[in-house]
Design a protein around this ligand. Structure first.
Ligand SMILES: *Cc1c(COP(=O)(O)O)cnc(C)c1O
Length: 393
């Protein structure tokens, strides 16, 4: 339906893919704020409801602005099909509800987004979906956790907030050897830096709220993969249960995709400069950033990603008191748990994003009391460093 050339590079797809101009000849993509659509006749209405002819019926099912976003993101990830969702969490929920049933088992990395852990443990487990957690980079642990009931392996790479890297290609091979789907939450890299489907993953999850928007305005998400799982399984749940993306949010994300590649490069450049500064500082115990040569998986990250991303963490000598003190002395940085914004954000994972985990779960995920996470924005790097340096000394 949309008109684009698959040989186009990522930057070109990001600007051009998915747009279908109306008879008005508009240059920019329009926002279709309509809940329903009209039919030319009773017979046409009947045929559309039956699925005999394609076309819009109701915006819980399809919407032209949302579809443009979906086709553009699918093109960037190299996927057959994309469905947009109301949030990143509803992308994960819809994937599980659309593809799993009671009795199925998920093997998940233990270093995943806090709300994803709550979704799995508190809301999926009572419906008979069981979850086992393993360390992200321990391939043997993944293999040992797989049972005959396992349907899905789930991970984020780099992980939040410790930036551990998973070997997507090897985990995809493992998943397929056991007839499982590999689901990768690609929020930290975006397709501009990493394309999991091309490494063998089956499904990519996005929180568009982060880098895809890039300016902290809207909440949204997406699932990308094959027609069979995403176009039928996930979409089937979505159109029935309704956590769909609004046309306005789809438009914001669509415009975000156009500059994604430039922004991800600038985020990565700033993050590397900050990581190097922190690593050289006497009051910093340890820096977690895949772009540093000291990162244990620096080489894997370099092979698998085309950039190292905008998020880093570091552990202060002095625990929680030192961490809170540094955060409270910033003037430029935003104290917020959000990430992927042009504005640099600073957060204390142990008491915010990972605060709902039990002490045991937090220790298992390696979240120390002195840990600070920075989502490095697009301000001048000297200003960012000066703001952090005040609380370091
Ligand atoms: C934010 C985030 C989510 C959840 O997305 P929402 O849009 O907040 O629902 C999932 N995974 C990762 C890695 C995230 O950072």
């Amino acid at each position: 339906m949309s008109d684009f050339d698959e040989t186009w590079a990522l930057q070109t797809l990001a600007v051009r893919a998915g747009q279908v101009r109306t008879a008005e000849g508009e240059h920019a993509e329009p926002i279709f704020t309509t809940s329903s659509y009209v039919f030319g006749s009773a017979a046409e209405a009947a045929a559309r409801f039956k699925g005999d002819i394609p076309g819009n019926i109701y915006s819980r099912f399809t919407n032209p602005t949302v579809r443009t976003f979906e086709q553009r993101l699918a093109a960037l990830e190299g996927g057959e099909c994309c469905v947009a969702t109301a949030s990143g969490m509803s992308a994960i929920l819809s994937t599980c509800m659309g593809l799993l049933k009671s009795g199925d088992h998920i093997v998940s990395s233990n270093a995943i987004f806090g709300s994803t852990v709550v979704l799995f443990n508190k809301y999926l487990t009572p419906f008979g979906v069981n979850i086992s957690y393993v360390p992200l980079s321990d391939l043997q642990a993944w293999e040992e956790a797989i049972t005959p009931e396992t349907r899905m392996l789930f991970l984020e790479t780099p992980s939040n907030p410790l930036t551990t890297i998973a070997d997507i290609r090897r985990l995809a091979e493992l998943a397929h050897a056991h007839d499982c789907l590999l689901v990768v939450d690609n929020v930290f890299c975006t397709p501009a830096l990493q394309q999991p489907l091309k490494l063998g993953a089956d499904i990519v999850i996005h929180s568009a709220t982060k880098y895809i928007d890039g300016q902290g305005r809207c909440v949204g998400g997406a699932v990308v993969g094959r027609q069979e799982e995403v176009g039928e399984g996930v979409y089937g749940f979505l159109r029935t249960a309704g956590p769909t993306m609004s046309p306005f949010n789809a438009w914001v994300f669509l415009k975000g995709l156009e500059t994604l590649s430039l922004r991800m490069k600038a985020h990565s450049d700033n993050a590397l400069a900050l990581a190097r500064f922190l690593e050289a500082h006497a009051n910093v115990e340890r820096v977690y950033y895949p772009g540093l040569a000291s990162h244990p998986q620096h080489e894997l990250a370099g092979r698998q990603q085309s950039g190292f991303g905008g998020v880093l963490s570091f552990e202060l000598k002095g625990g929680k008191d030192a961490a809170w003190k540094l955060i409270d002395q910033t003037r430029l940085l935003s104290i917020t748990a959000n990430l992927g914004d042009c504005k640099t954000t600073i957060t204390h994972p142990a008491t915010t994003t990972h605060g709902r985990l039990t002490d045991e779960e937090r220790a298992e995920a390696g979240i120390a009391d002195g840990l600070i996470r920075i989502s490095v924005g697009l301000e001048n790097i000297e200003d960012i460093i000066a703001d952090i340096e005040r609380g370091l000394n």
